[in-house]
Write a protein that binds this ligand. Structure first.
Ligand code: FAD
Length: 381
């Protein structure tokens, strides 16, 4: 049920992580052009992720026994906020750090925890999310990919689609049907860890509107896996995926996707000596500050051991709306001043963000689906 969000503050000991992240960003990221930094989520740099692991900035919410740092969601908020606002390439460790490791920690066996989590905390084991299939996106419960038991473990047949970073990943955590048919809906769904180097796995990149190919179709042709591929309970996949999506939707990542463009535009206004946009810049900054306060309030819920599903859906809905508005208003402003020269870097950044922005409200659950969750939480349906 929906409850009012209470404003919260980031604890000082977590704020103290900022200089550590900024130091790494200054060495690895600051010199990259804005259109490269604008790719942040899609920016893949495994060596940068390993450097974060070495600096103790991955696995912040996880126990020390598995290589984590036992610092909690506020510390992760600070690190993620610093990385995204600088446009750091986070794709290599992103999914594993945010949701695969917490999922394995919550539901995995002791052997699975020990095998995967320390490598995730070092930025060395890269994961992707295998939920969507052709015809099963919003209606996730209708997935058709099957994993059937054999004498030696499991055999997987089927297809996933839109799988971000599957081309670079070591493993996929896939939602599959281990019994029954798609008509059974939630019953019979399980999560399995698929080694993407296993025979029978084919990954075919999908090129998006920007010309990048960060996601792919992944085909499973009788892929044989051991008994230990199952993560959590057989038939518990639906409940586990719900918890995983709460990790995915709760963080600050749903407000910063266009912030490198915002910075580049403000620098352009300053260089051109323009003050006519002061009110607009003020409104956008106030909106960002409000969204940030809401996101910190969600993080406080996570830190209190709650699962703020409705609140996170509100932040994601409003946050992605803000992210999508930025390229529009910035494009309109530049078009309204044709006499003023605009640097190539700003143009390339605007072009990239304009092309990628429609995806902001699709990835991680569409706007309509989130609004359905919000309406249910408010008792409206
Ligand atoms: C950049 C990007 C990265 C992604 N990465 C991953 C990934 O790593 N792993 C993964 O598994 N998936 C990934 N996805 C897939 C994403 O989760 C799905 O695209 C999304 O859930 C929507 O599913 P769909 O594409 O099948 O659209 P559909 O479900 O077919 O929806 C089409 C339209 O109908 C609307 N709609 C559907 N059902 C309802 C309803 N009940 N009420 C009202 N409106 C409805 C939707 O809101 C949408 O506008 C990614 C998508 C994008 C864009």
């Amino acid at each position: 049920m929906f409850d009012t969000l209470t404003l919260a503050q980031l604890p000082q000991q977590d704020e103290d992580l900022r200089p550590v992240v900024r130091d790494l960003v200054a060495r690895h990221v600051a010199a990259l052009p804005a259109d490269r930094r604008a790719r942040s989520w899609q920016g893949f740099d495994a060596s940068f992720s390993r450097a974060l692991g070495k600096a103790g900035l991955l696995g912040l919410t996880l126990p020390r026994a598995y290589g984590g740092h036992e610092r909690g969601p506020f510390a992760r908020f600070v690190v993620v906020e610093e990385l995204l606002s600088a446009g750091a390439p986070v794709a290599a460790h992103w999914i594993a750090d945010r949701q695969s490791a917490p999922l394995i920690h919550a539901y995995g066996t002791e052997a699975q925890r020990q095998f995967y989590i320390p490598r995730i905390c070092r930025g060395e084991a890269l994961f992707c999310i295998g939920m969507s299939e052709p015809g099963s996106g919003s209606d996730l419960a209708s997935v058709r990919t099957r994993a059937d038991r054999t004498a030696t473990g499991w055999v997987v047949k089927g297809q996933k689609i839109w799988t971000t970073n599957s081309l670079h990943s070591d493993y996929m955590i896939a939602l599959v049907r281990t019994s029954g048919t798609p008509d059974d809906r939630h019953a019979g769904l399980s999560q399995i860890i698929i080694d993407l180097k296993a025979p029978g796995v084919t990954i075919r990149p999908i090129v998006d509107l920007t010309g990048d190919a960060h996601f792919a179709e992944v085909f499973f042709d009788n892929v044989a896996l051991g008994h230990d591929a199952l993560v959590g309970g057989e038939g518990q996949g639906w409940q586990q995926v719900g918890a995983e999506l709460a990790f995915e939707r709760s963080g600050p990542e749903r407000i910063y996707s266009s912030v490198v463009l915002l910075d580049a535009w403000v620098q352009h206004l300053q260089a051109a000596g323009r003050s006519d946009c002061a009110a607009l810049v003020g409104r956008l900054t106030a909106e960002l500050a409000t969204l940030r306060a809401m996101s910190i309030a969600c993080t406080a819920r996570l830190a209190a051991g709650e699962s703020p599903v409705v609140e996170a859906s509100i932040v994601k809905d409003r946050g992605t709306g803000f992210e999508q508005e930025l390229p529009q208003v910035i494009g309109d402003d530049l078009a309204a001043h044709p006499d003023q020269p605009v640097g190539e870097e700003l143009y390339r950044t605007l072009l990239y963000v304009t092309h990628v922005a429609p995806s902001f409200s699709l990835r991680g659950g569409t706007r309509e689906i989130l609004r359905g969750i919000i309406a249910r939480g408010m008792g409206l349906r």
